[in-house]
Design a binder for this molecule. Sequence first.
Ligand code: WT7
Length: 649
Amino acid sequence: MIESVLREERIFYPNPEITAKSNIKSMEEYEKLVAWAEKDFEGFWDYFAKEKINWLKPYEKVLDDSEAPHYKWFINGKLNITEQCLDRHLEKRGEKTAILFEGEPGDIRKITYKELYGEVNRVANLLKHKFGIKKGDRIVIYMPMIPEAAIAMLACARIGAIHSVVFGGFSAEALKDRIEDAGAKMVITADGGYRRGKPYMLKPLVDKALANGCKTIESVLVVKRNNESINMAKGRDYFYHELVPNMPDICEAEIMDSEDIAFILYTSGSTGKPKGVQHAIGGFILWAQMTMEWVFDINEEDIYWCTADIGWITGHTYIVYGPLACGATTVMYEGVPTYPDAGRWWQMAEKHRVTKFYTAPTAIRILKKLAPDEPKKYDLSSFEILGTVGEPINPDAWIWYYETVGGGRCSIVDTWWQTETGGHMISPLPGATPMKPGSATKPLPGIFAEVFLEDGTKAKVNEGGFLCITKPWPSMIRNIWRDPERYKKTYFSFKDNIYLTGDDARIDEDGYIWIMGRADDVINVSGHRLGTMEIESAIAKYEKIAEVAVVGKPDEIKGEAIFAFIVPKEKITDPEKFKKETQEVVTKEIGPIAKPDYIVITEGLPKTRSGKIMRRILKAIAAGKEITQDISTLENPEIVKKLQSSKPI
Ligand code: WT7
């Protein structure tokens, strides 16, 4: 059904020095773990849950599937995620740097485990005693990439409040939607931060969101970062630096159930409305920690750096919770990779002696394009493992990452996973798995992946189909916030309560999985999943527009660029101005990340007789590809030729 044209033949074997230091040292060891999980699924998870987690009260049962697809893990087990990430490290590594922060202007802060523990406790006390936050309350975090973002998350977790981090690049409108859906009581934010050498603002966007709704918000806590002037509403807005230092240094951790909600995080789906992906405490932290150990082979000496933003799941699992659960040093960087030049990341890696580095293919492509030889100017010999996430990495970028950045010594871990999976699912093991550039390789032990055709039968070798996870796993999504029906429909209605990922994939003759892209109406822009419907409804708010359809166009740097086909209400006389205005509307509604790159103005869209827009045709047109589909059944087949010959603005 889905044709795959990509074929990559090269294989790279892990460097023996990497293998010597790794937790899983060979494919035989890997296969053994896989076989164990296959034979004794619950016994496998039971072993790791007991070995890895400091339970305050042991669980009574590993897995409860009686209400599937609402799977429950570690039944009646009690814990607090911050004890796993902080308290238990105090004795052994209290003086070790937990967070190594570098701001874009070059300011550096090293926060030890002891200091982090103290600060998290003070903020937790503040939330609890000054702002009346209780277990289960929602707090929206809208922050730059500064340590206080992680501190705020952990402070919520300390008292059992549910955080929902909203990416700092989102607009006031998008922030408002998320605050309202979550019914949040409080926002934690900052005046702003630094990006591309300049201050940018966040607090004014919070003000705007709150002015237009968000009636559940009672208070706003504001961190000073860039010291630009902001408005503070009396009785609602408070400065972090004025209150936090006065709070008691110890706040007892709330005793949480394994299945209590850890956090919600909004992600795009195929309808206009973002989904509040709900994660549960016990399973999430277990898998966050295990994957740090398996995929990054994290150890006591590592300086580990993940470049994601805290607003995405990668920032949750692999900047904050996973590394801290392992007692690692996690690097946090505020700015863009190209400031002051395209050597910034390499310069930082050299300066801090970074050993494990985790980023996105889109960033690799940008840096390769801007300054392909730049990594050679720095001493990057500390690198051992280099990771990627967010989209398939094209073999060209892979080879550059491997050779130029990694000096041919490092393992590349191409990690496939999703907001909903909570942690890595398909990934090489750095000391064991032979790497094929462009493939995320094989499922991790305990994870069972298969590809099915539309009719529910298994795909043959190299045949493309729907990628599914056939058994539950601890860090899986538990629900969509306030929408269990959508949870079932989106993820579990394909076949027998197994998880439908929404990606197309094929499995090759060696059992390697190759992700082919999204099957639903979702565009992957720079590693971020954006719903086409959401972008369309934002564009449609512009009063000059009658109808719009948005598709992804393959893009050398971004992975996919946003291509909009727009039917205006009246003739457009100044297309450039029209494009700019359309982009402004989207920036206001969602944020600059969702701006259309290309616009075609058209009198109509290709539709079926029942009125459904034929997106596949639009996708082919945007990509400049031939249309293989039969268009004679369209309501308006003549539009296709017109669209093919029109030049995008
Ligand atoms: C979608 C999930 C997981 C954090 C980043 C994005 C794509 C992710 C890979 C990879 C090919 C990948 C998939 C997936 N994706 N990693 N290594 N190879 N594709 O999280 O926003 O939830 O997006 O990103 O299409 O479904 P997300």
